[in-house]
Design a protein around this ligand. Sequence first.
Ligand SMILES: Cc1cc2nc3c(=O)[nH]c(=O)nc-3n(C[C@H](O)[C@H](O)[C@H](O)COP(=O)(O)O)c2cc1C
Length: 224
Amino acid sequence: MNTRNAQIHGGRTHSLRVLAVPGSLRDGSYNRALVRAACELAPDSVLVEPYDVAEIPFYDEDVEAAGDPEPVSRFKRAIDRADALLIATPEYNAGPSGVLKNALDWASRPPRTSVLAGKPVAIMGASPSRGGTARAQAQLALVLESTGAAIVPNGQLRVAHASAKFDDTDVPTLADNETRHALRTLLEALHRAVDAAGTAIPGPDSHQAGITDPSTSMPEPAAA
Ligand SMILES: Cc1cc2nc3c(=O)[nH]c(=O)nc-3n(C[C@H](O)[C@H](O)[C@H](O)COP(=O)(O)O)c2cc1C
């Protein structure tokens, strides 16, 4: 059992604490709904905590030089406290959302020693198209690898044809059983990978930009 962050929450002891970050700001977002589903479907041993990046300002090196704005410091602390990250990315013009990339750019500082270095990460994403955010996830994987974060084995989930997988309400809920199962499997893979950290997950040194070949290190995402 991973005891680094073991804690009691609602009367249950969790051995893994996961920070879940949706990359969409809209209320009716499928990706925010995916994060809610992850909170609901997590095994008892896993605590999934959603994190909203809406308040993080645009990255500006001058602002950073004067000191991280409070929403940035808060985000970095939340990542640091978590055993792992779970990111839900929308796909906009074949890439991840700007708000998500912006938040990760802040979190990636200072380079090499940031809170992302060595952090285990799983990626998921939902879109109405048949690709299920495959292109956004591929770009996001490159971004994460350059920060030194460690995408876990079997740590990607694509949710295609999202309008058929979520119920049709203003605040959607993941209704498709196969996708719910795939999401639970993703969380289990994340838990296994963190427990095996040090052997299964390469450290930050092997993930420095230019050292890792993303074409060979990126796991094939599961599709739902
Ligand atoms: C500017 C823009 C670009 C988009 N580009 C893509 C795309 O390249 N691929 C895709 O599958 N969906 C694309 N979409 C559709 C989004 O996947 C869809 O709006 C999705 O619901 C957004 O995620 P969310 O539901 O979490 O907000 C695009 C939407 C917008 C607004």
